[in-house]
Structures are given as structure tokens and as C-alpha cells.
Design a protein around this ligand. Structure first.
Ligand code: ZN
Length: 186
């Protein structure tokens, strides 16, 4: 009973290799041209839902242009997702300038990304929205490979690439700890 034959079309629980170019507002933001194709597990929200949905049934070698609305990508901009934090809560090696992206960890250990959206005197405003919130994404994609996942990959819901660490491993110390600065100020 040999069942290790590679899948022929994109379906749930298939590892997909894909060349892609991401264009937003006419500007190329990301492309696999200079890297390896993106590898991900279909059907496990490894990629934005509006793109994942369009891939079902595609074959190796097939290309497609996909336009994804914000609601099907990184969401619309949440006006409540801004925080104001005192300058002295940031490590000294972080440049406190508009546009700088940071990783934060709240008091429950939850990690989130933020972008500095304003700096006024001692106050640093952080935008917790995804940098691509509110944006329509244009993808040019080409399916370059399909394979069945390992048992472990399927269990974890993501691929374990040969050239990067498992996402599950601890990567402490890279985050700025935010200990409820909002409440402290009140
Ligand atoms: Zn894993």
C-alpha cells in the first residue's frame, strides 16, 4: 500500500510551493523571485484567506492573478488599535521614529506587531494594526510544487522548512514587554 504519491492539485492538507509577487498600490512589496518559493500547508490559514480560497484545484505550473480585499487579507483599520506609551518603556537600541516596526508582548504573553505611528515629546504612539490592514492586495502566483505533509507538519498545521526554524520554538527576548502601561497611567 504505497500512498506516498504526490498530489496533483491544490487541496486541503497539501503542502504547496508557490512563486508569488505581492503588489499593493502599484508597488511590489514582496516577491519570491530572489528567495525560494513560498511553502505552506493549504487549508490551515497559513496565508491570507482571500488568496488561499483561490488556489483550490490549481495544478503545478499554473499561474493566476488574485486580487484580495482587506476583509479577506489583513482586515480593515481598527481605530481603537492604537496605544500611547512613554518613551522610557522602550529599550534604548530601538529608534523611536515613525514607521519603525516592533514586536510587543503584553502581560499575558501575547505577542503582537506594532508600528510607531507618532512621536510627540515623551509619548510614542503605536499602531497595532497589521501594516497591510486596509489594503487591497494583488498577488501574481504560480504553483511550483505539491507534496503531502509529514505527520508532524499536519499535526502542527504548518510546514517545517529545511532552511528555517520551527515556528513553535521559543524565541523569547525579541519582544518588548508591555506591562499594562495604559492602566499604570490611570
Ligand atoms: Zn511546527
Amino acid at each position: 500500500m504505497e500512498e506516498n504519491t504526490n498530489p496533483t492539485i491544490v487541496a486541503d492538507d497539501v503542502v504547496v510551493s508557490m512563486d508569488y509577487t505581492l503588489t499593493v498600490n502599484g508597488e511590489v512589496l514582496d516577491s519570491s523571485e530572489e528567495t525560494d518559493p513560498l511553502e505552506f500547508l493549504q487549508g490551515h490559514q497559513n496565508i491570507v484567506p482571500g488568496l488561499e480560497r483561490e488556489l483550490y484545484g490549481m495544478k503545478i505550473g499554473e499561474s493566476k492573478k488574485v486580487t484580495v480585499a482587506p476583509e479577506d487579507a489583513y482586515g480593515t483599520i481598527d481605530k481603537d488599535a492604537f496605544l500611547e506609551i512613554s518613551r522610557d518603556e522602550f529599550p534604548e537600541d530601538i529608534p523611536l521614529e515613525v514607521g519603525v516596526e516592533l514586536d510587543l508582548r503584553d502581560d499575558e504573553g501575547e505577542v503582537m506587531s506594532a508600528t510607531i505611528s507618532d512621536v510627540q515629546g515623551d509619548m510614542v504612539q503605536l499602531d497595532l494594526n497589521h501594516p497591510l490592514a486596509g489594503e487591497t492586495l494583488q498577488f501574481d502566483i504560480k504553483i511550483t510544487g505539491l507534496r503531502i505533509p509529514t505527520e508532524e507538519e499536519l499535526e502542527h498545521g504548518h510546514v517545517h522548512g529545511h532552511d528555517h526554524e520551527d515556528y513553535d520554538e521559543d524565541f523569547d527576548d525579541e519582544f518588548i514587554d508591555l506591562v499594562d502601561s495604559e492602566e499604570e497611567q490611570n
